[in-house]
Design a protein around this ligand. Structure first.
Ligand code: CTP
Ligand code: MG
Length: 380
């Protein structure tokens, strides 16, 4: 017997009215929703072509997909069955897998199980036992159930049906034509008196129907974020007749301040370099050169805001910053909350202080040093 070949039909012809947008074309982790199943299907050699059914008023020119297997786009109809029928008519293989674009997490093991169970007389569907307690309710005018209109439904032997569903193509065309309002192809198939068998579905293969389903889908692919850590460092001399500013806060009781071209806020400088480092960018010396007069006595918090706009414009979010300031004098702990709160306007932050154990220039009160680490993420 020759190997079975399958057309993988993705129905994406709906309106997404319960979600409030055409969900099948929404972005999920940098991919359009329907592409998740297309990419998965393209991994299997038994699948010879992919057919995407788009809404009847949707411009096919807007679709692009780097497909490694033959790919066709056809327009859908007013009902799901009409969309399926248009897909079936464009398909060429003996067998079809019909899949909802709105189920991005079906994986190839399920496709294989469905294809293995298919034969020329039998449809195959993925099912899962219902896990919630069930009630049937005829909602009253105010939208609430009550003891008069709520009845119990025994969940024993009840299963939910998923997609893809597998069928021999020509027989399915005849079955679908007879009922263009069926909820799924298994319904038309059974109505036509054909054989049907089930395989175990996948819990993660849920259908995105409501806004909250999209939130769950996004959190499931959170690992599609990249995380980068950057390090920053700064050192300045401590001299008389300069203000001491750390994290944008004036340290009032210090007789000494940090020497520098800008306000010499070394904590903010180290933090900026850590953020730029995580984003793979040059340091502040390059971005705000000391030779440029406009940075004379510059407010470093304003420079920090520029740095944040720059990294944000490249898709990065600052998740967390940690810093340690090394200072023999003055004692800084009592300013910790004020400094932290000032920087916490921009990102989650922690600040620590260390004396320099009377060693080196910092230990002799001639300089201050700061190291900072920043964690940035970017959706890919
Ligand atoms: N579908 C289709 N053609 C239609 C209706 C639905 O191809 N005329 C597709 C949807 O795009 C979806 C799948 O069938 O991938 C399952 O349908 P459903 O979840 O109901 O999607 P929508 O009909 O778009 O959503 P809603 O019912 O909330 O409007
Ligand atoms: Mg629908």
């Amino acid at each position: 017997m020759s190997a079975k070949n399958f057309s993988f039909i993705i129905v994406a012809g709906g309106k997404g009215s319960r979600l409030g947008a055409k969900k099948q074309f929404m972005d999920l982790g940098g991919k359009v929703l329907w592409q998740w199943s297309a990419d998965e299907a393209a991994k299997l050699k038994e699948i010879s072509e992919i057919i995407l059914v788009i809404p009847k008023d949707f411009d096919a020119e807007k679709i692009s997909w780097n497909s490694s297997i033959p790919f066709k786009i056809v327009h859908g109809g007013d009902t799901r069955s009409e969309s399926v029928l248009n897909g079936l008519n464009a398909a060429e293989c003996d067998y079809v897998l019909i899949h909802d674009a709105a189920r991005p997490f079906a994986d190839k093991n399920l496709f294989s199980a469905l294809m293995n169970a298919a034969d020329e007389f039998t449809g195959v569907i993925p099912v899962l036992p219902v896990s919630d307690a069930l009630k049937k309710i005829d909602l009253s005018a105010d939208g609430h159930g009550d003891e008069k209109n709520i009845s119990i439904v025994d969940r024993d032997k009840l299963f939910i049906t998923q997609t893809p569903q597998s069928f021999p193509r020509k027989k399915l065309i005849e079955a679908v034509k007879k009922n263009l309002n069926a909820k799924d192809e298994a319904e038309s198939w059974l109505d036509s008196g054909h054989k049907l068998t089930s395989v175990e579905g996948q819990r993660l293969n849920f259908k995105i129907t409501w806004q909250e389903d999209m939130t769950i889908a996004k959190s499931l692919i959170n690992q599609q974020k990249i995380t980068r850590t950057g390090i920053g460092y700064d050192v300045h001399q401590l001299v008389p007749e300069r203000k001491l500013i750390l994290g944008g806060i004036l340290i009032k009781d210090s007789p000494l301040g940090l020497l520098g071209h800008s306000d010499a806020d070394l904590l903010t400088h180290a933090v900026m370099d850590a953020i730029l480092g995580a984003a793979g960018l040059e340091d502040i010396g390059n971005i705000f050169p000391a030779s440029d007069e406009k940075f004379k006595n510059a407010d470093s918090i304003k420079l920090l805001q520029e740095v944040l706009s720059l990294v944000n414009s490249q898709g990065w979010s600052v998740e967390f910053v940690d810093a340690v300031v090394e200072a023999q004098v003055p004692r800084l702990n009592k300013y910790r909350e004020e400094i932290k709160n000032n920087l916490a306007k921009f990102f989650e932050v922690n600040i620590k202080f260390k004396s320099a154990e009377n060693l080196d220039d910092a230990g002799r009160g001639l300089s201050m040093t700061c190291w900072a680490c920043a964690t940035l993420t970017k959706e890919i």
